[in-house]
Structures are given as C-alpha cells and as structure tokens.
Design a protein around this ligand. Structure first.
Ligand code: ACO
Length: 324
C-alpha cells in the first residue's frame, strides 16, 4: 500500500473584534505600562472575546474559514480535534460543539488538552489517524478564551494572554513527488513541572474553573532549552536542517523566547513568523493563528517547509515539520 501523508489543504482563523492595547490595560487600572510589556514580551495588543463568544464560537468560525480555503464542505470532514484548555463546558467537548455548529453528522470529534502545546499535539494526533487510514479529512483546531481564566488582578500574567482561534484541514493523500504533508512530529511532557504553570481549580478538585498561575522566570528558563531539543529531533528524523526551512512558526508566547530559540537553532530571523505583537499569547490557538496570518499575506506557499513548535503547562512541548 502506498504511504499516506497528512496534507494541509486549508487554513483559517478568527479573532474577536475587540482589541485591547497595552495602554488600554493601564487605563483600566492594571499597574503596568506599554513600555514594560513590549520590552519584556513584544506584545502590543490582544483580542478579547465578547460575552457570547465562547471557545466553540471562535473555533467554529476559524474552522469554517479553513474549510472555505480548502474548497470543502463540512460533510467532507470525518475527524475534528479541538486543542483547548478553555472549553465551553467540562463536557461535552468543544470539538463536538464545533462539529454540530458546522453541521457535521459523521465521523468523530474530541478535545485535546496540552495547553499551549495543544495544537502541535493535535496535528501529531490527526496525522496518526490519517496516515493509518483511520480518517480521511481532519479539522485540526486551536481555540481559546484565556481572558476567562486569567486573574485580572495579577499584572504578572493578565497582560500576556489573548483570545482567538485558528484551524487547518488535513487530508490523507498518497505520497507523491511533491513530498507534501506532515513529515515528522516529536512530542514530550514532564508533569513534575506542574507548579510552574497551572490553573488553581478544576472540576475534580475545587469544583471551580480556577485562575491561571505562572512562575514566569521558571517557564522562560525551561522554554528555550526544551523546544530546541524537540526541533533538533524533528530535523534529525526528517533529514533536514535549519537551512532547509522556509518558515519557522513557533507558539507565540514571548518574542524573546522565540528569538532566543531561533538563534540557538541557527534559524534566520527573516524566516520567523511573529504575531505575538498583535495577538498576545493565545495558547493552543497561537500557531494556527500565525499560520493563517502568514498564509493570507502570501508568505506560506504550497511546497514550503514549515516548522511548528510550542511549550505549555505540564510541561508539555513538541514540534512538527510540515511540507505545506
Ligand atoms: N507591568 C509592570 N511591571 C510588572 C508587570 C507588569 N505587567 N509584571 C511584573 N512586573 C514587575 C514585577 O513586579 C517585578 O518588579 P520588582 O522588580 O519591583 O519586584 C519586575 O516587573 C520584574 O518582574 P519579573 O517577573 O522578574 O519579570 P521578568 O523579566 O521575568 O518578565 C515575564 C516577566 C514577561 C512573565 C517573563 O518571565 C516571561 O516572559 N516568562 C515566560 C512566560 C511565558 O512565556 N509563558 C507562557 C509560556 S507557556 C504558555 O504559553 C501557557
């Protein structure tokens, strides 16, 4: 049997209309400044969801945009994975709500929770189903409403996050000379780091949603070393190097982490797709939002070699290499 590859055939995104600048946060009484936030993180603004914009609402719009780019209808999809840490409800999954909102009646849908690494985990998971014949076409979505779980009284964390959603459509195709598709992925986690980045509530513990807590410096320290390890593994297993990359699309948490990682790996700065200035950290949504931005402005083209990578709470981290 010919080798099956998971090929990206569509990409889309959705951002809530309301934009909150750093200056607006300071005006709302948060003891911070545009200068502090820009210098430490590169973030200038973030989008914040309105009261009726739940994660499934954002995810559905991003998924529809990805289907539109692919020229496909919802009935063509037989797998929906939604990476999120801010589901509409404890259950049913946000993915099933998106499935219903799109009018998809067949196949299967589930949420995937790996915090900011969720989209990379979701791509790797969808790829396993598609490349083994378990599904034909997958919607892989990253959707978040982190504005609902940040503590707006805690200036060390609330200024960092934003809301949004992005999605890709992956289609199982027989591998051909174009070499398109997910070439490799590498996932890792280490639960011993729980206390460095977590939410202090949950259905099985406090019975509340809880608020995000983070030891920023500790996360920063761990981030650069760990993501470069998985990216190097992805290069090794695919027989590629930093020079072969067309685009580097990292999780958008912090400009300094992104640039330090790119420099350590020898990835030229002009290959780095940066959206953290406009979107802030949208957790599992940040990579597909960045992919959609680079796709719609004409940077990412068919045949380009694209590396995605992320690290999130847990810690969880991973990388995937895609021939677009
Ligand atoms: N505005 C102004 N001052 C602030 C703010 C703020 N929003 N937040 C903290 N400060 C102050 C602190 O109180 C401290 O003041 P002090 O020196 O008087 O005590 C000072 O700024 C320095 O604080 P630090 O926490 O040491 O600042 P640091 O340089 O480490 O930057 C930051 C903090 C931006 C959070 C940084 O540690 C970081 O980027 N870490 C990585 C975080 C991250 O990327 N997390 C997400 C990855 S995983 C995921 O996406 C879920």
């Amino acid at each position: 049997m010919a080798l099956l590859r998971s090929v990206v055939v569509g990409c889309g995104a959705y951002l809530p209309e309301t934009i909150v600048t750093n200056a607006a946060l300071a005006e709302r009484g948060i003891e911070t400044s545009d200068e502090w936030i820009v210098q430490r993180t590169g973030i200038r603004q973030r989008h914040i969801a309105g009261p009726d914009e739940t994660t499934s609402v954002l995810g559905t719009k991003a998924a529809q945009a990805a289907l539109d780019e692919a020229g496909l209808s919802p009935a063509d999809i037989d797998l929906v994975i939604c990476a999120t840490s801010t589901p509409d409800h404890t259950f049913p999954s946000t993915a099933t709500q998106i499935q219903a909102a799109l009018g998809i009646e067949g196949g299967f849908a589930f949420d995937l929770q790996a915090v900011c690494a969720g989209f990379v985990y979701a791509v790797a998971t969808a790829d396993r189903f598609l490349s083994t014949g378990g599904a034909k076409r997958a919607l892989v979505i990253g959707a978040e409403t982190f504005s609902r779980i940040v503590d707006w009284e805690d200036r060390t964390t609330c200024v960092l996050f934003g809301d949004g959603a992005g999605a890709i459509v992956l289609e199982a195709r027989e591998n051909d000379a174009s070499d398109r598709g997910v070439l490799t992925s590498c996932l890792r986690s280490d639960g011993r780091h729980r206390s460095k980045l977590y939410v202090d509530g949950g259905p099985g513990s406090t019975g509340t949603t809880g608020k995000l807590r983070m030891e920023g410096r500790e996360v920063f320290r761990f981030a650069v070393g760990s993501v470069t390890d998985v990216i190097e593994e992805a290069f090794r297993t695919s027989g590629t190097t930093a020079d072969d990359l067309t685009w580097f699309v990292p999780h958008q948490a912090n400009r300094r982490i992104i640039e330090a990682s790119a420099d350590k790996l020898g990835i030229a700065r002009e290959k780095v797709v940066l959206t953290v200035d406009r979107h802030g950290n949208t957790s599992a949504a940040s990579i597909p939002l960045a992919l959609a931005a680079a796709r719609s402005d004409g940077r990412i083209k068919e045949g380009d070699l694209v590396m995605i990578e992320a690290i999130g709470g847990g810690f969880t981290w991973g990388a995937a290499l895609i021939r677009w």
